[in-house]
Design a protein around this ligand. Structure first.
Ligand SMILES: NC(=O)c1ccc[n+]([C@@H]2O[C@H](COP(=O)([O-])OP(=O)(O)OC[C@H]3O[C@@H](n4cnc5c(N)ncnc54)[C@H](O)[C@@H]3O)[C@@H](O)[C@H]2O)c1
Length: 370
């Protein structure tokens, strides 16, 4: 394992606050976008003239680590991270390692081990970025997907058996797990978030076909809704919601859904906003017993990795969410505005129709920090 501690001590005054962040770039473009994010965050810290700084611990976990050690991270990996104030994550997955091994061995191990049960995925329409939606524009569309991040379809319950049966007779089961506690905490979280926005919440299930776990979710949603009479509610099946994302996105504010459904819907949202490379996310442990983790929604993009042309905006937006979580709300807003200004000026990577390289977008965002 390579551990690198760096600290920007430029102009540090005695009252400076140092945030300890673990960076895990992992695979493919994850390395490029985390590098971009660190560059922007360190620039913000320099601009703060000593008010705050970041102490980085960078870990080389991922598919190359797997090739050397036969595992995605050390056995005691979570212990090496748990005292950080946040984790800044890139993306995991590479063709050399089966996807379920890389995902469960690193990202899901951290999310579940640190009980990061709330996954926030804003769908942000940026100026200068063309959406495939007619009439879509940054002035009236923005919503947040709140994803249950600890159980549901990704609980990891099930198994494979009967591999020895003749005639390819193997059987696999994969169970979804819905608990009342798990449903209630994410639904309450989403209602509280709706109260800070346009006070509309859409709950998404497939409870007509999945009559146990998702009906429990619906029941909890109706019960919790009674505590929030000021928030408008709707319950929508996931198939209908995917149509609504395209046909009536103006109706959306906070969309709360299970692990799998929200995973799929948030990719649809980011594609509608222009590209998967734009989408940011926060995996939160709201009680702050463990570090929360901030990462772009996209994967390691092996098709474009290593060429310096990936879009860093999703990772930079995730850095803005991390600043907010650390109590640096003004700095987070500053970064969001710098991202919007960069896009407005047409400094865009190829996935959103531009010609700029990753480093050019990163430099432009730094130039537009206030
Ligand atoms: N959170 C994660 O770590 C995460 C999420 C999704 C997929 N994955 C893993 O990533 C690997 C590749 O998966 P995939 O191809 O299904 O999804 P992907 O998100 O890596 O790529 C899908 C498409 O989006 C493009 N894209 C993604 N990020 C981009 C960026 N920043 N800028 C420009 N274009 C971008 C890619 O070029 C590709 O065409 C797999 O191993 C998968 O398991 C990891």
């Amino acid at each position: 394992m390579t551990t690198m501690q760096t600290e920007d001590r430029t102009e540090t005054r005695s009252e400076a606050r140092t945030y300890t962040i673990t960076a895990i770039p992992a695979d493919g473009v994850g390395q490029e976008v985390v590098d971009a994010g660190r560059t922007v965050l360190d620039a913000l810290a320099r601009e703060s003239r000593g008010a705050f700084s970041f102490s980085w611990q960078e870990l080389d976990w991922g598919s190359e680590y797997y090739a050397k050690h036969g595992r995605m991270m050390p056995e005691d990996g979570p212990d090496l991270v748990k005292d950080s104030e946040a984790i800044y994550f890139g993306a995991v997955g590479w063709p050399s390692v089966p996807d379920h091994v890389s995902l469960w061995g690193l990202r899901l191990r951290l999310c579940q081990g640190f009980d990061q049960w709330a996954n926030i995925r804003p769908v942000t329409f940026l100026p200068g970025v063309e959406s495939p939606l007619r009439r879509a524009d940054s002035s009236d569309l923005d919503w947040v997907v709140v994803r249950e991040n600890s159980e549901g379809e990704y609980a990891g319950f099930g198994g494979r058996n009967f591999a020895g049966r003749p005639g390819q007779g193997e059987v696999a089961t994969q169970s979804a797990v819905f608990t009342e506690v798990g449903c209630e905490r994410i639904i309450r979280f989403a209602f509280d978030l709706a109260r800070t926005r346009r006070r509309k919440i859409s709950s998404v299930t497939k409870s007509n076909a999945q009559q146990y776990g998702m009906v429990l979710w619906d029941d909890v949603f109706q019960r919790v809704a009674r505590d929030y009479p000021d928030v408008e509610t709707e319950s929508v099946l996931v198939d209908a919601m995917s149509a609504k994302f395209i046909l009536h996105p103006e109706d959306l504010d906070v969309v709360v859904a299970s692990n799998l459904n929200a995973d799929i819907l948030s990719d649809l949202g980011s594609a509608l906003a222009g590209s998967l490379g734009l989408a940011s996310s926060a995996n939160l442990n709201p009680e702050r017993r463990f570090p929360s983790m901030f990462e772009p929604v996209h994967g390691s993009a092996p098709d474009i990795a290593g060429r310096g042309l990936c879009n860093p905006i999703g990772a930079l937006g995730s850095a803005a969410l991390m600043l907010d979580h650390l109590g640096l709300a003004a700095e987070g807003e500053n970064l969001q505005q710098a991202i919007a200004e960069t896009c407005r000026r047409g400094i865009l990577t190829h996935d959103v129709g531009g010609t700029a390289m990753t480093r050019e977008v990163t430099s432009a965002v730094i130039d537009h920090l206030q």
